[in-house]
Design a protein around this ligand. Structure first.
Ligand code: ZN
Length: 155
């Protein structure tokens, strides 16, 4: 168990992402339960005036297919989740997916499929000795189309 209530994730030159312990626990547990398959969802929340992204909920989204190496949220579920969030005055602030194997760095496909939506953050859940850990990224537009910044936990 973590000894803090909130996680503040700092991205160099960009606005921070703030997540509650319970939300982080929920997405890690979800990804663990879906092993060995990739899974994921969205983080919904609010963007403050100063750009800070405050996460308020994790919405798990069933994958369009079962795979140990790919996750693609069912498009209809993703659209409904974003629409429901907007109805409540909230926004999509991050995507979440797991990497059952490997170190949790974004694949080239991960960055390319974000289609340059640089407003969002991206969480990748990876596993060490069966324990799930989150890594936080911001994807950048670049000449080769493959570039990311990793966020670091501040408190
Ligand atoms: Zn991935």
């Amino acid at each position: 168990m973590s000894d803090c209530f909130f996680h503040r994730i700092i991205f160099p030159g960009q606005s921070p992402l703030i997540l509650g312990d319970d939300l982080v626990g929920e997405m890690l547990q979800y990804a663990t339960e879906r092993m060995p398959y990739e899974s994921g969802g969205l983080i919904i929340g609010q963007r403050a005036e100063d750009g800070t992204q405050n996460a308020s909920r994790f919405v798990a989204l069933e994958s369009a297919f079962l795979s140990e190496t790919r996750y693609t949220a069912r498009a209809s579920l993703a659209v409904s989740a974003v629409f429901a969030a907007e109805q409540r005055g909230e926004q999509l602030i991050a995507t979440v997916h797991s990497h059952p194997r490997g170190d949790g760095l974004p694949s080239m496909q991960d960055v390319q499929e974000a289609f340059g939506y640089t407003n969002f953050r991206h969480v990748i859940i990876h596993f060490t000795h069966g324990l799930a850990h989150p890594r936080y990224f911001s994807y950048q537009n670049s000449h080769n189309g493959f570039s990311y910044l990793e966020g670091r936990k501040d408190l």
